[in-house]
Design a protein around this ligand. Structure first.
Ligand SMILES: *Cc1c(COP(=O)(O)O)cnc(C)c1O
Length: 383
């Protein structure tokens, strides 16, 4: 088949004139860092997710770190999470001094398997970080039930899952606390950024304080007319606030996120239809009662595939199509092997899935012919 001339990137942000004008407005105003636009973005996000508190932060990673820190999780504690995630989900557990414990995934949904969580609970377990992989909500009823009977905190890693729903409720309201990512490749972007959501007043207040040095008041309130020079440090906090320049992007991205999710759903359905007839491709399933966030479109290669996963990626690259792998299982990274004694054979479902997965391009900026081209390239692979 004819190779396309222009490389089709794996992901691309979609920034409109609304975002551009709002950023310019920020640049011309007196508020570059956290200010009124960040507050506005938080209010808007809160209404969208239908939660009590939304705290804009510098990244999803920062939000997850703050969630653990605010909950007082630290040395001697264990936190259970999925090994099929970005390393930052697990790094933050180490940052607070706690021990990460991996529970294997479900081979159909690629999300953490509640039965495996149950097996990993010890007297030291304090929290579960549920990663909504690719945008598909985890089996939250089962996870919350386990958490309830062992008095565990449930944190959602919602980096992939803005707009996803579980039994009518928005992702971000399904556990005790959640963290979203607005990194450049995510479904809503502010370049870098994140949002923490919770209905818990105490955790929300602590996160607000911890995200800005542990200082008892927002800087912009201190320097505005009603403010004063006085502040108090309540904890040795972090510098994890969002800026108004980032929030300027977020306010307008958020207005489009529902429409974009529907587009992603359409594109994913097109891929599903086209790949359904290919015997060597296995597609992840969607659980009942869930609306998928459709951040990633992941296919899995059966053993009888004409090429291996790595060869498929190479061939698609040669045909000018960007792909990616989500993720290298965290327990196989050198740090986690060395520090916690993890290695091959310990999480067999994740390790088997990892060898088979490829993420294909899926984003609203794709044209119909881009989608068709990706399908044609995959179908053209015969080994
Ligand atoms: C992207 C990602 C993160 C980190 O998001 P940042 O905003 O870059 O910190 C965390 N978890 C998962 C599953 C991700 O994909």
């Amino acid at each position: 088949m004819q190779k396309r001339e222009q490389f089709l990137p794996f992901a691309r942000p979609l920034i409109g004139d609304d975002e551009i004008h709002e950023v310019i407005d920020s640049l011309k105003s007196d508020w570059l860092t956290r200010g009124p636009k960040t507050g506005h973005f938080e209010e808007k996000f809160k209404k969208y997710i239908r939660c009590e508190h939304a705290m804009a932060v510098s990244s999803c990673t920062a939000g997850l770190h703050l969630a653990l820190a605010a909950a007082g999780i630290g040395p001697g504690d264990e936190v259970i999470t999925s090994p099929l995630t970005f390393c930052s989900t697990v790094n933050v557990i180490v940052h607070v001094g706690a021990t990460p414990v991996f529970a294997d995934i479900d081979p159909q949904t690629l999300n953490i398997n509640p039965e495996e969580i149950e097996k990993k609970i010890s007297p030291r377990t304090k929290a579960i970080i549920a990663v909504h992989y690719a945008g598909q909500p985890c089996d939250m009823d089962a996870i919350n039930k386990i958490a309830g009977s062992h008095n565990l905190l449930v944190i959602e890693d919602a980096a992939h899952a803005i707009g996803a729903r579980y039994k009518g409720k928005m992702v971000g309201t399904l556990g005790d606390i959640a963290s979203f990512s607005f990194y450049a490749t995510k479904n809503l972007t502010t370049g870098e950024g994140g949002m923490v959501t919770t209905d818990n007043d105490e955790l929300a207040e602590k996160i607000r304080v911890l995200s800005l040095h542990g200082i008892s008041r927002d800087a912009w309130k201190r320097y505005s007319a009603e403010g004063s020079w006085y502040y108090e440090v309540l904890y040795p906090g972090f510098k994890y606030n969002m800026t108004d320049i980032e929030a300027a992007l977020g306010i307008h991205q958020l207005s489009k996120v529902e429409w974009w999710r529907e587009l992603r759903e359409e594109y994913a359905a097109y891929y599903d239809r086209e790949f359904a007839g290919i015997g060597w491709i296995r597609l992840p399933g969607v659980i009942d009662g869930a609306v998928h966030g459709r951040h990633l479109y992941v296919i899995m290669l059966e053993d009888r595939a004409p090429v291996g996963r790595d060869e498929l990626i190479k061939e698609m690259g040669r045909m000018n199509v960007g792909t990616s792998v989500h993720f290298i299982p965290v327990h196989l990274h050198p740090y986690y092997r060395k520090t916690f004694g993890y290695g091959e054979g310990m999480l067999p479902v994740t390790e088997d899935v990892f060898k088979r997965i490829v993420s294909l391009p899926l984003y609203p900026a794709m044209a119909e012919e881009d989608l068709r081209y990706v399908v044609d390239v995959v179908k053209g692979i015969v080994g």
